[in-house]
Design a protein. Structure first.
Length: 133
């Protein structure tokens, strides 16, 4: 007997919401971990809520400007660079999936630079541990 799905597709909502549910189901079928699925729900879901707040209802209307506006909104919220980058990675995965599914001709993310990650200075202890290995 088949076990129940951990993420059930939701058949109510906008086309954007439906695409998120279908994307999560696809990722679950690909054996993504529950933590990865949660991250996709958070990052892509946040972007979808932003798109809906901008009056966007269809995936085909997403353009690079929407992505840039959302990334700037994340910066203005004071999110860390790594969090901003995680959002961009989630959006890129979803948009590429929409292309593979035939819902988009090309990904608007292809025209948007990924958020820059700040260089982290490694501690002296880390360097010493690396040398001793």
């Amino acid at each position: 007997m088949l076990e129940p799905l951990t993420l059930r597709p939701q058949y109510v909502g906008s086309p954007l919401d439906l695409s998120l549910s279908a994307f999560l189901l696809d990722r679950e079928a690909s054996r993504c971990t529950s933590k990865t699925l949660q991250r996709y729900r958070y990052t892509v879901g946040g972007f979808i809520e932003f798109l809906k707040s901008q009056g966007l209802k269809e995936m085909s209307r997403i353009d690079p400007q929407h992505i840039r506006l959302y990334l700037v909104s994340l910066q203005k919220r004071g999110l860390k660079d790594t969090t901003q980058h995680a959002h961009a990675r989630g959006m890129r995965a979803w948009l590429n999936w929409l292309v593979r599914e035939g819902d988009l001709d090309g990904s608007p993310m292809d025209k948007v630079a990924m958020p820059r990650l700040e260089e982290r200075v490694r501690s002296r202890q880390w360097a010493e541990e690396l040398i001793s290995v």
